[in-house]
Design a protein around this ligand. Structure first.
Ligand code: PBG
Length: 323
């Protein structure tokens, strides 16, 4: 035998020398949930260790994370049922919980990157990402609402918006609307290849945002499709996206790698709520080593080609690194 691959695995030093992928806290973007009220946090049952915070406690949580080296965050609001309507009007009221929270976070932490969410579902009485009429999710009627939301978020201080809705043409529509409103410096991290997935369940628990009827298959992608992700990525790129995102991450590593090879834009991947919940649940039962499983999964996402990893594990990972 001339080649013996085991020689490069013989001890920790040599294994480290030939290691191709390394995780860093700088790869991570930490999604957070804000709710109304004061001095409260509630754990999301299906996401052990992840909480909804009232804004005051959220600011403290961000401060703690910043000290751990986390620099990027995403924010999602839990909107009370009484504020929801069919046109998601709450989403662009300047005194809304979400916009106030964006304003406070960006004023208090100007050095961080905060991805703010553009989609109707947290505010929609139908629980869908678009305007509903006669059981259909309307595309073009949804775009102006998304634009109002994006501009309101930019006015509140957002420098990076994340359209997570999957309406056709929304990246270009948002780009032009932001530019016209004077926000050409506000970036777009597009949820480019977002699949109709069972792994969003715990997130919908967190926001109480599950669809009131039907499913999201007429706008989110079919998990069977790979080539279609290229159509979405070509459109987003042409329409002015600054990042392309694949979501979920673990069941879609091939899609991450496909976009990485076919675009020069930075690729993000969303290690979603259900992927987090699976590992947590198994670890709580003692069925696997939660920490090792977390590290292996995060590593696989980076190895597949993601430069940014949106993950509920971000804080846990950051705490590990310091210890
Ligand atoms: C909807 C949205 C979803 C997530 C982020 N934005 C779920 C959905 O499409 O219903 C899921 C994130 C997660 O599961 O962690 N705009």
């Amino acid at each position: 035998m001339l080649q013996r691959p085991r020689r490069n695995r013989a001890n920790a030093v040599i294994r480290s020398m030939v290691e191709e992928t390394r995780l860093s806290v700088q790869d991570m973007l930490f999604p957070l949930f804000v709710m109304k009220g004061k001095q409260q946090k509630t754990e999301i049952k299906s996401m052990p260790g992840i909480y909804r915070y009232t804004n005051d406690l959220l600011l403290k949580e961000i401060e703690e994370c910043v000290q751990l080296g986390i620099k990027s965050f995403a924010l999602f609001p839990q909107v009370p049922e009484s504020k929801k309507d069919s046109l998601a009007t709450e989403s662009y009221q300047s005194e809304s919980l979400y916009l106030q929270s964006i304003h406070e976070i960006s004023t208090r932490f100007p050095e961080i990157s905060l991805l703010t969410d553009v989609a109707m579902d947290p505010y929609s009485s139908d629980g869908h990402d678009g305007v509903v009429r006669d059981g259909q999710i309307l595309n073009d009627e949804t775009l102006p609402i998304l634009a109002k939301m994006a501009i309101a978020q930019a006015q509140a201080g957002s420098r990076l918006i994340g359209p997570s809705d999957m309406m056709d043409g929304r990246v270009g529509y948002l780009r032009e609307s932001l530019d016209e409103a004077g926000f050409s410096n506000v970036g777009i991290m597009s949820y480019t290849a977002k699949y109709a997935s069972a792994f969003y369940g715990p997130f919908r628990d967190a926001l109480e945002s599950a669809p009131k009827f039907g499913d999201k298959k007429t706008y989110q992608m079919n998990p069977a499709n790979r080539r279609e992700a290229l159509i979405e990525s070509e459109l987003d790129e042409a329409e002015g996206a600054d990042f392309l995102m694949v979501k979920p991450a673990l069941a879609y590593l091939d899609i991450i790698s496909l976009l990485r090879e076919n675009s020069h834009l930075p690729i993000a991947a969303y290690n979603v709520s259900g992927e987090y919940a699976m590992i947590k649940a198994a670890a709580q039962h003692g069925w696997l080593d939660g920490e090792k499983a977390m590290l292996e999964c995060l590593l696989s996402i980076k190895r597949a080609g993601a430069q940014v990893i949106l993950t509920y594990f971000a804080k846990e990972f950051a705490q590990l690194k310091l210890s």
